[in-house]
Design a binder for this molecule. Structure first.
Ligand code: NDP
Length: 237
């Protein structure tokens, strides 16, 4: 366990799945955690009660709302951008508006949130974005735009690491493989396909991802920045 006593953390997209596991972990380790939700109000309120964190409604597809939320959080020691959606299917058939909405949530929001957080972030600050192993590997059809959104985060992290390194702020991407959440249930229809690419043939647990995030957010990683951290049972190997 890492102590986050006295640290302030904002998790964008914390109401369910991986984000909720990150909220639980950081709160259990002593951080003062605020997290955003959009659709899952009840789950967000329950999680806030359970963990002593604060839930706030913010649509990650709304750039100005995201920037406002980060600004209103004041100086953050840790920013986690987890909110993400997946639009899968034949690229020739998918609705272009749905693709653009995904890019707003998965790409625009992380960038603008990171830049806004950096304005007030103290030395030792941590910016962590949840990408995907699909930023590195796309072993089947139908996920081109999602993969685009996740590989975009790689360039962002590399660039912002250069921008913010002189101030002692690190920027990293955590790249999960299949993780058991509402978005990708362990008993879902593509389970066997997903497991066929893996050395460890199971879905990961959200808590396993939260453990990696907690390490990156903690005090041992001053020298870890501009890097992708894959946790995927060797899906991408
Ligand atoms: P879930 O669908 O289980 O949860 C998504 C979370 O993002 C929810 O808390 C949701 O909040 C929030 N969110 C989605 N859209 C918005 C929005 N417009 N505004 C604010 N919050 C929003 O997904 P996962 O936990 O599985 O995924 C979390 C992240 O991990 C995503 O970035 C995803 O791409 C990535 N990932 C997941 C993998 C997996 O296999 N599960 C694999 C690789 C990466 P609410 O419900 O309140 O709207």
């Amino acid at each position: 366990m890492t102590s986050f006593q006295g640290k302030s953390a904002l998790v964008l997209g914390g109401s369910r799945g991986i984000g909720a596991a990150i909220v639980r972990r950081l709160a259990a380790d002593g951080a003062e955690v605020t997290f955003t939700y959009f659709g899952a109000r009840q789950a967000a309120e329950q999680l806030a009660n359970e963990t002593g964190s604060t839930a706030v409604l913010t649509d990650s597809a709304d750039r100005d709302a995201v920037i406002r939320r980060v600004r209103e959080s004041g100086p953050l020691d840790v920013l986690i951008v987890n909110a993400g959606v997946a639009v899968f299917g034949n690229a020739l058939d998918l609705d272009p508006d749905a693709i653009d909405e995904m890019l707003k949530i998965n790409v625009h929001a992380p960038y603008h949130a990171a830049v806004e957080a950096a304005r007030l972030m103290p030395e030792g600050g941590r910016i962590i974005v949840i990408g995907s192993v699909n930023g590195d590997r796309v072993p089947f059809a139908g996920i081109a735009a999602y993969a685009l959104s996740k590989s975009a985060l790689q360039g962002m992290a590399r660039g912002l690491a250069r921008d913010l390194g002189p101030r002692g702020i690190t920027v990293n991407v955590v790249q999960p493989g299949p993780i058991d959440t509402d978005a990708n249930p362990a008993d879902g229809p593509i389970r066997d396909l997903l497991h066929s690419f893996m050395a460890i043939k199971r879905h990961g647990r959200a808590e396993e991802v939260a453990g990696m995030v907690a390490w990156l957010a903690g005090p041992e990683t001053d020298f870890v920045t501009g890097a992708m951290h894959t946790i995927d049972g060797a899906f991408g190997a």
